[in-house]
Design a protein around this ligand. Structure first.
Ligand SMILES: [Zn+2]
Length: 149
């Protein structure tokens, strides 16, 4: 057993080096088993993705309009047509859902539809909340006024 700092020979079991006073640490044989990291936690295999069942025609031959990249910028005419369609009641909601979740929809149109749906949902929730609050306030006011009689 020798000191790691100065190489002084040390008696077995010495805690400190007699030459330099450095604390001695017993040299251990390299224990690879102890340093081996714990085995990684078994990760559940990802669920095998099975594409939704489609007709053979759709899976084999996609429609022609989906060949071009779906992120092409919309033309002005497309925007006009899209916004005009949004003016039609009920049909606009259907179209928004179709565009939002459709497979081969222009990415711009899809994002527009999703944003419109989200805004519409927020507006609906807000109108419900504020409508309920307003009606309750009015109800209290009317009830309080009626209490004087
Ligand atoms: Zn020493």
């Amino acid at each position: 057993m020798f000191c790691e700092k100065c190489g002084n020979k040390l008696p077995d079991g010495a805690k400190f080096c007699g030459g330099c006073g450095a604390k001695t640490e017993p040299v251990q044989p390299t224990n690879t088993a102890a340093e081996e990291p714990a085995p990684a936690r078994p990760v559940a295999p990802p669920p095998s993705y099975t594409p939704p069942a489609q007709t053979a025609y759709a899976s084999q031959q996609p429609p022609a309009y989906s060949i071009k990249p779906a992120s092409d910028p919309l033309r002005v005419g497309q925007y006009i047509g899209m916004l005009l369609l949004m003016c039609i009641p009920l049909l606009n909601i259907i179209l928004l859902f179709v565009w939002s979740f459709g497979g081969s929809v222009n990415l711009n149109k899809k994002n527009f539809a999703r944003a419109s749906l989200i805004l519409g949902a927020i507006g609906l929730i807000l109108s419900i909340v504020f409508g309920a609050a307003l009606s309750s306030i009015l109800g209290e006011l009317l009830g309080g006024m009626g209490g004087y009689y």
